[in-house]
Design a protein around this ligand. Sequence first.
Ligand code: ASP
Length: 429
Amino acid sequence: MKQHYRLLLGFSLGVLGGLLGYYFLPAGEHAFMAKVTELFTFVGATFLRLIFMVVVPLILSALMLGVMELGKGRGLGRVAGKSLLYTILLSGLAVLIAIFTTHLFKPGVGLVFDRVALAGNSGVLKLQESVKTVTAKPWYQYLVDLLPQNPIDSAARAFSGEIVALMVFALFFGWALSTVIKEDDHPLVRCLEATFQACLKIIDLAMVLAPFAIFGMVFNTAYRMGAGFLGNVAFYAAIVVLGLALQFFVVYGFFLKVVAKTSPWEFWKACRDLFLYAFSTASSNATLPMSLETAEQVLKLPPRISRFVLTVGATANQNGTALFEGVTVLFLAQVYGVDLSFGQQFLVVLMSILAGIGTAGVPGGSLPLIVVLLTQVGVPAEGIGLILGVDRFLDMCRTTLNVAGDLVIAKLVSVGTEDASGIPEADPI
Ligand code: ASP
C-alpha cells in the first residue's frame, strides 16, 4: 500500500476509533482506556521525538547551505526580499479575510456563557501568567533578542522560544561562509550536505512509524473531545475554517495559477501527505523536515531556495495563525460587546500579521499572542477561555495552512529561477 493511503487510513481510523471510544468506552467507566491512550501517546511521542531531534541540525544545515548558495550567486537579497514581500502580502490577505468573514457572519453576537467561571479558568490563568513575562521586556530587547548570545544555548532551547535566534545565527554564518569558501566541494560544504541528508534519512525512519503515530494522536484527540467538542462556539470555529479554506483555495489557488503558472490541483496533490502531517502534529516545526523533502523531491523546487524559504517560513510565515488571530480577537470583541474603532481594527490587522511572523511553530504557539492582542484593544483577556476547548482542532487546521503557505511562497519565489540555479538536485534518498 502506498504511504499516502497508509497515512489516510491511520488518520480515518483514528477519528473513527476515538469517537467510538468517546461514546461507548468513556474513560470514567472503563479504566483500561487510560492504558490504551497511554500506549497511543507513547507511539505518537516517539514519532514526534524522532522528528524533533533532527530539527536543530536540519535548520542549521539547510539554512547555511541555502544561504551559502544564494550568497555566492548574489541571489540572497532577492530571495529574502521576495519571501518577505510574499509573507506580508499573503498574511495581509489572510487577516483581511478574517475581518471580512467575522464582520459578515458575526459569530460572537449574542453568545451566552458563564463569565465568572471563565475568569477563573486554569488554562486562562496560566496563559496570562506567561504573557506577563513576555510583555515585561522593553521594545529594544525584542530586537536584541533576535541575535543569540550563545548559539549553542539557543539550540538547546530551540523549542522554548529560541528557534528564531538560532535561525538568525545560521543566516549570518551561512552568509559569512559564502564569502570565505569558494570551492563547491569544500569539506565544510560536504559536511553540511551530509548532515542535511542524514537528517532526512532519520525522517524516512520516522515515516515508517507515521501511520501508527497519526492513528494514535488522532485517536487520543477525538477520544478526549468527542464530536460535540465545538459546543457553543461551533459557529466561531466554522468561520475560522471557512476563512482558512478561502485562503487555501482562493488566494493560494490564484497565486499558483496566475503568478506561478502551475495547476493548484496538481500542487496540492503533490503535498497531500505533508498536509496530513501538519494536521496531525499541529506543528510547523515538526512538519519542516517533510516540507523540505516534499519541496526537493516531489515539487522539484531549487534546493537553495526551498531550504531558505521553508526553514525560515516554518516560524516566520504563518498565514493560518494570522487569520485565526484576526477572527478570534474580533469574535471575542463581539462576545463582550466591545466596539472596535477603525484604528483598533487596523491595529488588529497589523498585530495579527506580526503575530503570524513571530509565533513559534509549535502546538498552541499563538495563544499567548492572542492574550497580548486582546489586552491591546481592550477586550477582556479571559475571553480566550471560551475557545481553549476547540483550540487543538483549530490549531490542526491553521497549521495545515501555515505549512501550505510556506510551500506556496517557495514556489512563487522559485518562479523563473530554476534554470538559473545551476544547483544540482539533492541526491535521492
Ligand atoms: N501550531 C501552529 C504552527 O505550528 C502555531 C499556532 O498557530 O499556534 O504552525
